[in-house]
Write a protein that binds this ligand. Structure first.
Ligand code: ADP
Ligand code: ADP
Ligand code: MG
Length: 646
């Protein structure tokens, strides 16, 4: 066994690996970028080594610097986490050449599964069912078009080097093929430096069901399935285990196929074999097809841990140290049901824009597993994935586990950045999802309802007004009001982009009448705590002008400064600002050009997504402040239109 391991990652997965390593009595070494110098994974590890820089290329992707750090700190093994270097066979070879152990599969096994086309060919030979399609080397657009016709529409174009849902395009009709191919290739070129694609039959009502496998280099076992059908744009949102509606026959068939896949490449460590299933046909032992294998620990591995009682990271470390498979297939079984929800810093109503910001408050309820890499006070930086945490609920039945998840999300408190908490909550309370009617199109079909921010409850608005007026604390009752005659004050709070006016009337030391527009709320203080219409006020957090009330899935209010208003509104129509930090991918206008409201001005890329910026009104472009390829901060001016009537 090793005595020291280095974790070549950051955020929640680094924290999660360190936790298990410590529980096994191992010494841990963290690596970090400059911007992560005070991050949680750094604070938790026994030793930390700076890699410098901020972007992944300058830090977490620097394999040579990471290997040097391992040697300098006496680590014998490197755990790659997921993402970054976890599926990079050259890194594995460099680690081994340096006399260290890579906690994961061999470089050869990673290479065999690295490209989707080669992996599918290999699996086909091993007798694993694969999605029908075209896997050939001939990438001539005309030839690909012919192949798409042969496969039959609708088809899916996929980057062979793809991952994270990138480089993928659904093509419904032949006349859309050429355009879709061009865009898929362009995306694949930027994201993966490889624009080769494959074509697959598009399954009409797809379910994503994947098998957790674990190998020792020769033999493998499976740890049952996860259903990851709740997806938005091919990215997983909520995952569960086991899959709803799974039959023992289908589980046995999928498990056997997954084990065959792992053994065919001499797989060592934890891996995931992803299958697609046609939900229109129900779950049938002959109705699943191999999509790809992820040769690493998966983001959603905790749901498997919850139902099997296995610590997958512990297994990874033991097997990497030379131990045989920790359990036989017969020794593994399923207990209960588990869900995982991915909590992100993102602005859902704005189109799931990635967000950044300092977390001023962060708390998770008891009784749930919360895997997080950040604490209150930490910054969600633009350089990395904006995930805040994974919230995992486990219970004896699916129904109870889902309720537990929904309740847990309601009791999760985050302030300092916008999040997708309300969206996750709406999903956890979705009737179709509760009934187990899952397929990858569920979110898109109900997107408007799921993404809408619930209107703030009058009591939440009333509480925010009380806090904004400085009346929530133990301070003197008339604090802030002494200059006001009578004891009345009006405030404006912005919530979800809409401005709400509130009037507070102080009736006595412990009584305030709060007129919210829709409702008058009576606030009364008893034993130092506020009650709104008789109900104890929710918890809240204030940071400067931002007040977050933790009722529902949390509502964020901003105190509107009456003076700052007008200028911003005037500038707003003329100036297009960057809605988030990112890179300018393309510019679609030049100075002097006329544009109409809604015209595309530029495309910005941040984290894993691209966002089109459109003209807010008709006008003539006066100035373009940026060039293609520029990195911009949130709020940076990009394009200015000439003044109205100019
Ligand atoms: P999974 O397939 O494990 O559930 P995802 O599909 O969400 O994970 O993401 C696919 C891969 O992309 C994962 O390996 C994930 O870690 C990686 N990834 C996501 N965001 C980033 C990022 N900002 N930097 C590096 N890798 C990332
Ligand atoms: P990535 O490497 O980006 O994870 P995958 O091949 O695993 O790419 O596919 C990601 C998602 O895209 C799947 O989970 C599924 O929702 C959808 N998908 C993939 N292949 C198909 C298909 N043939 N038909 C319908 N949906 C598909
Ligand atoms: Mg995948």
């Amino acid at each position: 066994m090793f005595d020291t391991i280095l974790i070549a990652n950051r955020g929640e997965i680094a924290v999660r690996v360190i936790r298990t390593a410590r529980a096994m009595g191992l010494r841990t070494v963290a690596v970090h970028s400059d911007v992560d110098a005070a991050a949680q994974h750094v604070a938790m590890a026994d030793v930390a080594v700076s890699l410098g820089g901020a972007s992944p290329a300058e830090s977490y992707l620097r394999g040579d610097a990471i290997i040097e750090a391992a040697q300098a700190t006496g680590a014998q093994a490197i755990h790659p986490g997921y993402g970054f270097l976890s599926e990079n066979p050259d890194f594995v070879e460099a680690v081994e050449a340096a006399g260290l152990v890579f906690i994961g599969p061999s470089a050869g096994a990673i290479r065999k599964m690295g490209l989707k086309d080669a992996a599918k060919q290999l699996m086909d030979q091993a007798g694993v069912p694969v999605v029908p399609g075209y896997l050939g080397a001939d990438q001539d657009p005309g030839h690909l078009e012919v192949e798409a016709d042969r496969v039959g529409y609708p088809v899916l174009i996929k980057a062979v080097a793809g991952g994270g849902g990138k480089g993928m395009r659904l093509v419904e009709r032949p006349e859309e093929f050429v355009d879709a191919l061009e865009r898929a290739k362009a995306e694949a070129r930027t994201a993966f430096g490889n624009d080769a694609v494959l074509i697959e039959k598009y399954i009409q009502r797809p379910r994503h069901i994947e098998l957790q496998v674990f190998g020792d280099g020769t033999r493998a076992v499976h740890l049952f399935e996860r259903d990851c059908s709740l997806q938005r744009r091919h990215q997983k949102v909520i995952e569960e285990a086991p899959a709803p509606g799974m039959t023992p026959e289908m589980r046995a068939a999928m498990g056997a196929a997954a084990v065959r896949a792992a053994e065919a490449i001499g797989y060592r460590g934890a891996g995931t074999v992803e299958f697609i299933v046609d939900a229109a046909d129900g779950l049938r032992p002959d109705g699943f097809w191999f999509m790809e294998m992820n040769t690493r620990l998966q983001v959603e591995h905790p749901v498997t841990e919850a139902i099997t009682g296995v610590d997958l990271v512990e297994w990874q470390i033991r097997v990497a140290a030379g131990a045989p498979l920790p359990a036989t297939q017969e020794e593994l079984s399923i207990t209960g049901h588990a869900f995982e929800a991915r909590l992100y810093a993102e602005d859902v109503p704005a189109g799931f824009l990635p967000a950044t910001g300092r977390l001023t408050h962060l708390a998770f309820p008891e009784g749930l597993r919360a895997d997080s890499g950040v604490r209150a006070g930490d910054e969600i930086s633009p350089h990395y994935d904006p995930m805040i945490a994974k919230v995992i609920a486990h219970a004896p039945t699916r129904d109870v586990a889902l309720r537990k998840l929904a309740r847990g999300l309601r009791d999760t408190q985050v302030a300092g950045t916008v999040t997708n908490l309300a969206f996750l909550g709406a999903l956890a309370e979705h009737d179709g999802f509760a009934a187990g009617e899952v397929d990858t199109g569920l979110i898109a079909r109900d997107l408007d309802d799921l993404a809408a921010l619930p209107a703030p409850e009058p009591s939440a608005l009333a509480l925010a007004a009380l806090v904004a007026a400085g009346l929530d604390g133990p301070a003197h009752w008339a604090q802030g009001f002494t200059l006001w005659q009578p004891l009345e004050r009006s405030l404006r709070l912005s919530v979800g982009g809409a401005v709400q006016s509130v009037i507070l009337r102080v009736d006595g030391p412990d009584r305030v009448r709060i007129e919210t527009g829709t409702k008058t709320v009576m606030a009364e203080r008893r034993d130092g705590a506020w009650y709104l219409d008789g109900v104890r006020a929710a918890a809240h957090a204030r940071a400067g002008a931002v007040i977050t009330v933790f009722s529902g899935f949390g509502t964020r209010f901003e105190i509107v400064d009456p003076l700052a208003q007008q200028g911003a509104a005037e500038e707003g129509a003329a100036l297009t600002l960057a809605p988030m930090p990112g890179r300018v991918v393309s510019l679609h206008v030049r100075a002097g050009q006329s544009v109409a409201e809604g015209d595309r001005l530029a495309v910005l890329e941040a984290m894993k997504m691209e966002h089109g910026l459109r003209a807010a009104r008709d006008g003539v472009v006066a100035e373009v402040f940026v060039a293609e390829g520029d990195q911009v901060d949130a709020g940076a001016p990009l394009i200015r239109l000439e003044e109205d009537g100019a």
